[in-house]
Write a protein that binds this ligand. Structure first.
Ligand code: ADP
Length: 394
């Protein structure tokens, strides 16, 4: 059993705090992905687990052992990195078996392990190939096989697919999931690509500025993001955000008003809140039946359309007065929606949309913390839209 535990890990580089009081409890057999923007501390956190970086303070546990001061070779881990460093003058067999030969394993044991690893990554029959005779994906599989033969308790993978082309990356994702299933081992994986994190992981650890924002299964991060950062980072295209405040009748901003009873959510009048709604949770009003709990229609104008084949992304703007009064760089006054590819929709067309209230998130604008992931109407008239009649707005 090899659980991995980080307790209060801090890594300070002069004036940069790369990892800021990280606590993680990863169970044996889990596939956990560290995700976050470049420079947020993913690799540094991984390196403290690997033993390549000594934390300024805090403890790293692998299984029952405190490994904080142990060198990488004594931690029971194997690593695969973005840059596939194969020995160019060695064939596949020699590359995979290099570490075992160095440790003077028995020839028959080496053969057994290499054969098993080659089978897992589907490289059988390629043992005599040289690295320059292989594709990028095949070379990456050799690197993974070389990690497998060491029978590690924990695999650490830092952006292992980053140098592969898009199609191969998608293929290798499936292979890594299969590998995880076959090996019954713990995998800790680093990527800046949230799609990779969503598809492969049991749990995603979202990191920003050295701090853990949320660690949860992918769909929990998607449906119940803990804060504005996670909400904006997980999901592509990103969630729409509208800044506003709590009024007596619910949420109000220049463009969007949604009614609810603020006391149901312990929200005081005048509190600055940000409404979040994903593009797929906004519907054309004539399709509003598809929304579980639609708001009343909101009038907007289509701007740019992006046909994707399976859906169309439509950027909407609200009336000009509202838009021109906006100052924020995040373009409030704009809403991105996703509509069916068969929808007859044109640029510069006035349309009506509704939001699915059961998929509306509210965040505390000041601290970013999520307040709710659903708005239930307690009988008040729901109103939305700058031009809609607003009940008891104050
Ligand atoms: P990520 O993997 O998320 O891109 P890193 O863990 O590589 O982020 O880096 C986190 C922060 O620590 C960054 O600001 C980076 O510049 C800094 N950093 C990383 N390694 C060093 C180092 N050896 N010396 C100084 N600063 C470093």
């Amino acid at each position: 059993m090899a659980d991995v535990k980080l307790e209060n890990i801090v890594k300070q580089y002069e004036d940069v705090t790369a990892v800021d009081d990280m606590n993680l409890d990863i169970k044996h057999g889990e596939f956990v992905t560290f995700v976050g923007p470049s420079g947020c501390g993913k690799s540094t956190t991984m390196e403290t687990i690997a033993g390549l970086t000594k934390p300024t303070s805090g403890t790293v546990m692998i299984g029952e052992r405190d490994v904080t001061d142990l060198p990488p070779k004594d931690r029971g881990i194997s690593m695969v990195f973005q840059n596939i460093a194969l020995f160019p003058h060695m064939d596949v067999y020699d590359n995979i078996s290099f570490g075992l030969r160095l440790r003077k394993y028995d020839k028959s044991e080496i053969d057994r392990r290499v054969e098993k690893a080659a089978e897992v990554v589907q490289l059988n029959g390629m043992m005599e190939r040289m690295p320059d005779e292989m594709s990028g994906g095949q070379r990456q599989r050799v690197a993974i096989a070389r990690a497998i033969v060491r029978n590690p308790d924990v695999f650490l993978m830092d952006e292992p697919l980053a140098n592969l082309d898009a199609k191969l990356r998608v293929h290798m994702r499936t292979e890594l999931q299969r590998l995880h299933k076959e090996l019954d081992t713990t995998i800790i994986y680093v990527t800046h690509d949230q799609a990779e994190a969503m598809t492969m992981s049991d749990r995603i650890a979202v990191i920003n500025a050295g701090q853990l924002q949320q660690i949860d299964p992918p769909l929990v991060c998607y449906n119940e993001p803990a804060n504005l950062f996670v909400a904006g980072f997980i999901g592509s295209p990103s969630m729409n955000f509208v800044e506003g405040e709590v009024a007596g009748s619910g949420f109000t901003s220049d463009d969007v008003k949604v009614s609810f009873n603020p006391s149901d959510y312990n929200l005081g009048r005048g509190k600055d809140v940000t409404l979040g709604v994903r593009p797929e949770d906004v519907y054309l009003a004539n399709n509003s039946r598809e929304a579980a709990d639609p708001t009343v229609p909101l009038t907007a104008t289509t701007d740019v359309l992006e046909p994707m084949g399976n859906e169309i992304f439509a950027y909407l703007t609200f009336d000009e007065d509202a838009t021109s009064s906006m100052t924020d760089a995040q373009l409030p006054g704009q809403l991105l929606i996703s509509v069916d590819p068969d929808t007859e929709i044109e640029e510069d067309q006035e349309i009506e949309v509704v939001l699915d209230r059961s998929k509306i998130h509210l965040f505390d604008t000041a601290g970013g913390k999520a307040l709710t992931h659903e708005i239930t109407d307690t009988g008040a008239t729901s109103t939305a839209g700058a031009d809609a009649e607003v009940g008891t707005d104050d």
